[in-house]
Design a protein around this ligand. Structure first.
Ligand code: FES
Length: 189
């Protein structure tokens, strides 16, 4: 009798354990499904957000901030005869004044576009890249430079200030009429 009781209680406990194990397996599976859903939700959300941001980006054009090409540099009286280098770094120009003209040289070597240096002791512009040399008015006389340094547009505004525009350049190409006498390539002083 007591053997039967013991066997019955062992069976009941085994059934309980099996039920418990099935229950816990079910819970594990639910957890896995829930975390899988969360992952899918996150991925979908990220994908949609990225697409939405790209869509918004379409309405905002890219802006490239380039240095201004038109700017005042002062009064003609601020520039004595010779080469003035004060705007070389900030505007990439030199201001040259002769006895009767003031003009602005664009500081870009006509060989491959390096910025030459003004050598006061040698009275010349010297390009550090391949050795082109230019006289104080920017005319090439040594090295591979094919033509004189270009000159930028200049004018005097109603306040008497010199306005430079480096988007308009004057050239002196070999075999072509010079542009260095064109209107806007110099100021009479
Ligand atoms: S870039 Fe000036 S000499 Fe070549």
């Amino acid at each position: 009798m007591s053997d039967n009781k013991a066997a019955g209680s062992a069976r009941a406990s085994l059934i309980d354990r099996i039920k418990e194990s099935v229950r816990s397996e079910g819970t594990d599976q639910e957890t896995r499904i829930r975390s899988r859903r969360r992952l899918i939700g996150l991925l979908t959300g990220g994908f949609l957000t990225a697409n939405f941001l790209m869509f918004l980006r379409f309405f905002f054009p890219r802006t490239i901030f380039e240095p201004r090409t038109q700017f005042p540099i002062g009064l003609p009286a601020d520039f004595p005869i010779g080469v003035d280098t004060r705007f070389q770094k900030s505007k990439r120009i030199w201001v040259v004044r002769t006895t009767d003209r003031l003009f602005v040289i664009y500081a870009s070597c006509t060989h491959l576009g390096c910025t030459p240096d003004w050598k006061l002791s040698e009275a010349k512009f010297k390009c550090p890249c391949h050795g082109s040399g230019y006289d104080p008015e920017g005319r090439n006389y040594e090295g591979p430079a094919p033509r004189p340094l270009d000159r930028a547009y200049v004018e005097v505004d109603p306040q008497g200030r010199i306005i430079v525009d480096t988007s308009v350049l004057f050239r002196e190409e070999k075999g072509q009429p010079t542009q260095f006498d064109n209107q806007g390539s110099y100021i009479q002083v």
